[in-house]
Design a protein around this ligand. Structure first.
Ligand code: ACO
Length: 337
């Protein structure tokens, strides 16, 4: 059995900065409310008319990760793309990245696990590498939220939180079993699927795009994200704690062994709650939600890349990734850098 290790990381953030004050011109909200409840000061939203899409942002992050990994695009054996905001209803953006990179006929898998998407994607990649099936896997998390948000007062409980961006990693075969990803832990609880969801368009019992257009009902919010915020918050803090402990226990590690915790950037208060509960110092937890908001599947790879770029992650460090989101889904990844 091999191990897998991240050998390259990259991000792409659109340069259009959206401040809380700007949002307060679109809807009834205030900078003070947003900062106090979420920690977010600003986020990036793709400029209207820009060419950026979920797949092109993912591609840009991927190119940086490939270059930093020091591999050629043709060394990539498999692509995994996590997003809740694909360019097309189908096919998913994995094949679009494959085409844009000019990689011939390698498999491309799309992961739909929202805020936990990047962790699910890393876990799948880890299994493929551990069994020896693949050597280098491109793992991407990318989201373009801004086109799908209700930017009126009606949608303020959701729309102030989300930002656009992408992060990518190259996961590669590692012969030294004490390095790289030590374990991954994935969970879901479908009972709460409707607490954080976009219900339409849908091929199921709900409605398809043409029905929505035909009805043209101004009160219809089924195609906008719905979130039961306080309920999600309460579940998030519990599941984050559980899954971090699960990951540590599986590797005979304790909280004191964590050199760096990268939590999904859902809300600064959630991260601070976990930090306080575990007694971790500011140096042991990395947050950048203040600048980017919640970029869902992109948030963990963006935060991981930024922490690494800032020199906050060093060789031999125990790094823990943890996420919780729609589904509900949650997970953790424990690795030795
Ligand atoms: N500006 C001003 N007031 C607002 C805003 C806003 N943007 N949004 C809501 N309010 C109002 C509400 O209407 C409510 O008013 P009321 O008391 O008169 O009814 C009041 O503020 C309190 O609203 P709550 O929703 O109870 O506020 P809360 O403190 O719970 O914060 C938040 C809301 C930030 C959404 C929080 O619940 C949260 O972060 N939840 C978890 C998010 C999360 O972890 N998501 C998972 C990942 S995302 C994914 O998977 C896609």
């Amino acid at each position: 059995m091999y191990n897998s290790r991240i050998i390259g990381l990259g991000t792409y953030l659109p340069d259009n900065v959206i401040t809380n004050d700007y949002l307060s011109k679109l809807m009834d909200t205030k900078d003070a409310w947003i900062q106090e409840r979420t920690g977010i000061k600003e986020r990036r939203w793709v400029k209207p008319g820009s060419d950026d899409t979920t797949s092109t942002m993912g591609l840009k992050a991927a190119k940086v990760a490939i270059e930093r990994a020091g591999i050629d695009k043709d060394d990539i054996d498999f692509i995994i793309f996590a997003t809740l905001s694909p360019d097309y209803y189908f096919p998913g953006p994995g094949v679009q990245v494959q085409k844009a990179l000019g990689i011939k006929t390698v498999g491309a898998l799309d992961v739909r696990n929202q805020c936990t998407g990047f962790l699910y994607a890393l876990s799948v990649a880890d299994q493929f590498i551990k069994t020896g099936m693949y050597k280098n896997i491109l793992v991407i998390g990318s989201e373009l939220h801004s086109h799908g948000l209700d930017k009126t007062t009606r949608g303020r409980g959701v729309s102030v939180i989300f930002g656009d961006g992408a992060g990518a990693a190259i996961l590669s075969r590692e012969e030294d079993n004490s390095r790289g990803i030590l374990s991954t832990h994935l969970h879901s609880e479908g009972e709460h699927a409707e607490e954080l969801t976009v219900l339409a368009p849908s091929m199921g019992a709900m409605r398809w795009v043409t029905d929505i257009i035909k009805e043209n009902d101004p009160d219809d919010t089924s195609y906008m994200p719905y979130m039961n915020g306080p309920f999600v918050f309460k579940n998030a803090v519990v599941r984050f704690s559980e899954v971090i402990k699960e990951g540590l226990k599986a590797n005979d590690l304790g909280i004191k062994d964590i050199d760096m915790l990268i939590p999904h950037q859902a809300n600064l208060r959630i991260s601070q709650f976990i930090q306080k509960k575990f007694g971790l110092s500011d140096d042991q937890v990395f947050n950048n939600i203040q600048k980017y908001g919640n970029t869902t599947a992109a948030s963990v790879p963006i935060a991981l890349t930024e922490a690494w770029e800032l020199g906050k992650i060093k060789e031999g460090d125990t790094v823990v990734l943890a996420a919780f989101g729609s589904g509900f889904t949650w997970g953790s990844v424990v690795m030795k850098w």
